[in-house]
Structure formats: C-alpha cells, structure tokens
Design a protein around this ligand. Structure first.
Ligand SMILES: [Zn+2]
Ligand SMILES: [Zn+2]
Length: 606
C-alpha cells in the first residue's frame, strides 16, 4: 500500500481523473494521503473546493461607542469568518470606523472638539473593544485613511466620465442663525411616508426610506432648533434612474436575498428610482473630485459603502501585494456578503451595486445581505440620548466577552425583532451555557478524570443509543454548517446547544456512575462516545466562542489551535481510547437572580 498518493503514479492519475470529474476535489492532494484508489471517486474523500469570500459588516458610525445592536453586525462577520477559516475557505473580512458626515460635525459643533479629534478617540476605543471581544477582521480600518480617499475619488471620477453624474442647482434647507446649509442629519422633521417625527434629512429610521431633506415636514435645524429657510446651491447628482434596468436584472436574479431585503429593494424600484445628490456642503468629508465642486464633499453614505472596496485595497497594499485585492473584487466566483441591519438595506442592495456598476469596472456585486431585524432593549429602541440599551464597553463590566458573544448570537434577530431582556440573559447563561454546554462537558471530563485516571476508556460495542449519538456527531458539521451557509447563525448556535442537551440526556439515561459497577464495558462506551461529543462541541462552538473552544480543547488534552479543515473532521477524527485528557474545570458559572437584579438597576449609565 502506498503511504502517499505520490508514491504510485497510477494512483496520482486516478486522483487527477477524479478531480476532473468532481467539482469537490479542488483540494484533493491536501487530504487524500490516506485514501485507497477505490475511494477516490467519492465526493466525501476530500475537502470541498476552496471558496472565495469578501465578508463585509456595516461600518459603525463613530460619534459614540457602538451599542449591542450595532455591534452584532461586526460580531456576526467575525463568527462567519471563523467558520470560513475552519472550512478552509479563502476570505477577506472588512469593516471600519465611519467618520465623516453630519452627526460628527454636529457633535463637534456642540462640544467644541474638532471632528478629527472626536473620531480619533472613538476609533481607538472601538479597536480596543474589538480586541477584547476577539472580533478579528482581516482589515478594520477608518474612512479618513488615504487609500479610502483615493478609492472613493477614483470611483467618483469614473462615474463622472461614464456619464452617471450631472450638475443641478437645487433648493436646500439653510439655517440663517447657524449660517449654514442643513444636509442630512443637520435637519430633522416628520417623515412624509410614515409620519415619524424625528426623521432625518437623509433617511427615516422608522420606515427605512431614504429621503431628500426638503421632503421633511416641520423641519428644524438640529443645532439651534430654528425652522430653516430654503436657499439654492449647486450639487452633483448620481443618475440612478439610468441604471434601473441593470439593477432590476440584478435584484430579480438575487433570489437568495432574505425576504426583508428583497421586498424593500423591489419596492424601491417600483416607487421609481430618483437621482441622488452625491455632494454635500459639509466641510468634514472627502473632497468631491468633480470640476467646479471644490468646496463640496462626498455624501457620507456613498463613501462609506465604497469602504468595502477600499478596505480590501488597503489590506493588499499593507501586505506588499497591491494587486491582490483584484483577486477578490474582480473574480465573479467571489461571494460578497454583507452583515447589516435592516435599516441599511437600500444602501447595500441598490446604492452600492449601482456605484460599482457606474464605475464601469467589473466588480463582483453583493451576493448576499444578511440583513437582521432590530434588537430592542427591554422592549424599547436603543437610544443614545435616552440612555436606553447596553453599550459594548459597559457590557464587559457586566459579563465576560465570551458570554456576550454567546448571548448576542443566541438572540441574533434573523427573522423578527429580538428583545434583549435581563430575564432572557439569565436564561441563556444559566440554562444554555451553564446547564447544557458547561455541565455536559464538565461531567464527562470529570468522570474520565476521576474514574479512568484521565484516560479515555475503550470504545467497546455500540448499541442503538450509542450509534444514534455517534451519527448525530458525524452529521453535526453538515447540519450546523447548513445554518451557516444560510446565514442563520442563531440557529447554528442553538443546534449546538441542542447537541449538548442530547449529550446530557444520554449521560442521564445511561447513568455511567451506576453502570460502572454492573456493566463496566457499557460505562466505558458511554464515556468514549461522550468525549467524542465534547470534542465536536468544542470545534462547532469555536466560531462563536473561540476562547471557550480553546479551553475545552485544552481540557481534552489536545492542541488548542483552531485550524482549516477542522470543521469537516468532526466525527471522522476520533479521540482514541487511552488518550490522556487535561484537567477538567468548570467552563461557566450561573448568574443569580440577585445579580440580575443588580445589573438591571445599576447598569452603568453613560
Ligand atoms: Zn418614515
Ligand atoms: Zn441652526
């Protein structure tokens, strides 16, 4: 028998044949070293083909620290990317601090602190917090970086020469008292569509519609409260209607979009696309590159979405391979996915693709938007001004980052709004983390440690119950992976908790602590199967709780690094009898009712 495929020319030939027959054999040589010729044509004999991804998550706007509702997008991108790592896929994950635009400018006016000083402070804090939460993107950058400025101006210039930009003098709100135009969030009023009082000059956060400031009813200047007058100003517009046909074709073909994104985008098309002003009279922004637009800046939303491109460019440049970004953005097989809130849908399904189309370059368009519903705090909307919610920094004073990663993913509002309550927090920590996962792992490892001297006992003979659980373990990577592939991260996590519950059920039915006295072999089998499940849970949990996964692997006496290919190997690479495990220790602890009460009352206010 050859020990390697390369030892026998005939075998290499059959591998190549198999490779050409099956799309799944892209990585054949990496995993086929143990295979015999007879198994070569099986699709399960090799790692699936490496896929290529650009994973994007909404850029937090840095006029404050993100609250949990905003943070969930960055966390989702991190969890998903970690899954891709384990699958062996190739990806870049990007996001960054969105620094320009009116809210920062408004805050700068209010506080007397220059905008750049404000964003420097928040950007630094956010980077430190991402680190604390183990959110590791390929490039988390910021919109004032020179590469971003260059890419945005370059795309705008291309749009201009391709005939997608026109000039027009329009009436805009102007505050006489503040002596300035009132773009976007400098003005607030009633939404003309849903009547929400508090709609901003560029978007209504209640119904999600993108607005032109003049459409607002009862508008007022957010700085001084004055009712604005109108004044004319020349601006550069993006001729969106010109792209209607292309956008329709793209959206109609995007049947994989979740229904909220699809419905919203199609409604936009039905209502008729309007040209959108690309420029603003703001000072705090990227200078508009159009001839005659020297005193204008680019609208913050336009430049922020182009950050998905510039962040990959910047990453490539930093790595000394300045052309490498094209390998992702200009390859039609790349899957470009976006983790966003539902209020950001139109910017990702219409504006961003339209910008890419108008540039004339052959960019890959967003393939999927994982657009979540809202997360509420104790049934109320998160609100910075009313101090409603939990912010990412204060959350760490309440619980460990790993707990929050679990809780946020367990609550991820994938199909409907989620309501964060302290009661739900208690139940998720106590019953999910502690009782289901922690308890199963700890009772298994402690039993092996005290009754078998820390050595995994022999497999013995499986009965139906053992086989059933072993089958569940074998199927877990596919079952949980299926949820990941459909961006159902919450369901992926809950199916892992379910698996741990099944493990507890198995232990409780088997009662190995009694069995060891009357049927030693069966007790051994029980622990052998249980330890396989512990390993499976550790690996499956790794995208969600990387530090916990490492701890479990450590307690199992295994190398605690998470590597490519690990996902598929669950239930295939088994822990052998006689393997010496590490020291079992409780992984989590319960929170008490009085602690919960304290959190609720003394939640640090900002
Ligand atoms: Zn509205
Ligand atoms: Zn004013």
């Amino acid at each position: 028998m050859p020990t390697s495929l390369y030892d026998e020319p005939g075998l290499v030939k059959s591998v190549l044949e198999a490779k050409s027959q099956s799309k799944q054999c892209g990585n054949f040589f990496e995993c086929a070293t143990d295979l015999t010729a007879s198994s070569l044509t099986k699709s399960d004999c090799c790692l699936p083909e490496k896929r290529k991804w650009i994973v994007c998550s909404a850029w937090p706007y840095v006029n404050t620290i993100p609250h949990l509702g905003t943070f969930i997008q960055l966390l989702s991108a991190d969890v998903f990317s970690r899954y891709l790592t384990m699958k062996g896929d190739e990806y870049v994950s990007v996001s960054g601090s969105d620094e320009h635009g009116t809210p920062i400018e408004v805050e700068a006016i209010r506080t007397g602190i220059p905008p750049k000083q404000l964003t420097d402070k928040y950007h630094k804090t956010i980077c430190e917090l991402l680190d604390k939460y183990d959110v590791k993107l390929t490039n988390y950058t910021r919109t004032d970086n020179p590469t971003h400025v260059r890419v945005v101006q370059d795309v705008c210039n291309k749009m201009y020469s391709n005939g997608y930009i026109f000039e027009q003098t329009t009436e805009l709100f102007y505050c006489k008292k503040c002596e300035r135009f009132l773009p976007d969030r400098f003005v607030e009023g009633e939404c003309p569509f849903c009547g929400y009082d508090g709609a901003r000059g560029d978007q209504c956060e209640s119904c999600g519609r993108v607005l032109e400031a003049l459409e607002l009813k009862n508008a007022k200047c957010v700085v001084c409260g004055t009712k604005p007058e109108t004044k004319s100003s020349k601006h550069w517009f993006f001729d969106l209607p010109k792209l209607e046909g292309k956008l329709r074709t793209y959206l109609e073909a995007s049947t994989q979009f979740p229904s909220n994104a699809r419905n919203f985008s199609m409604r936009w098309l039905e209502e008729g696309l309007k040209a959108r002003a690309l420029t603003r009279d703001n000072k705090w922004g990227i200078p508009a590159p159009f001839p005659g637009a020297e005193d204008k800046t680019i609208y913050v939303w336009i430049e922020a979405v182009l950050g998905y491109v510039s962040a990959v460019v910047e990453w490539a440049e930093k790595n000394g391979k300045p052309e490498e970004w094209k390998k992702f953005w200009f390859d039609k097989s790349t899957k470009n996915v976006h983790f966003i809130g539902k209020d950001n849908i139109p910017f990702h399904t219409i504006i961003f693709p339209a910008l890419l189309m108008a540039s004339g370059d052959d960019y890959v368009l967003p393939w999927q938007v994982s657009s979540t519903e809202f997360i509420l705090y104790e049934s109320q909307k998160f609100s910075k001004s009313r101090r409603v919610g939990v912010w990412v920094d204060e959350a760490l004073k309440i619980a460990d980052a790993e707990y929050w990663r679990f809780i946020l993913m367990a609550m991820r509002p994938e199909t409907k709004d989620a309501n964060f309550t302290w009661q739900e927090f208690e139940s998720l920590v106590n019953s999910g983390l502690n009782d289901a996962i922690g308890n199963f792992i700890n009772r298994t490892l402690t039993f092996i440690s005290t009754r078998y001297g820390g050595e995994v006992p022999g497999q013995g003979t499986y009965d139906d119950t053992d086989s059933h659980l072993m089958n569940e373990i074998k199927q877990a990577p596919n079952r949980v992976g299926e949820f990941f592939e459909n961006f159902r991260l919450r369901e992926a996590l809950s199916s892992i908790v379910e698996l741990a519950r099944n493990g507890n059920q198995y232990m409780s039915t088997r009662e190995p602590w009694h069995l060891i006295k009357k049927d030693e072999k069966k007790a051994a089998t029980t622990l052998y199967v249980s330890v396989q499940l512990v390993y499976a849970i550790a690996v499956l949990l790794a995208p969600f709780m990387p530090r916990t996964a490492e701890k479990i692997l450590n307690q199992l006496g295994l190398e605690n690094t998470i590597v490519a290919g690990m996902w598929e190997n669950i239930g295939v690479h088994l822990i052998h009898a006689g393997h010496k495990i590490g020291n079992p220790e409780p992984l989590f602890r319960k929170v008490s009712a009085s602690e919960i009460q304290k959190m609720r009352i003394s939640k640090p206010h900002r």
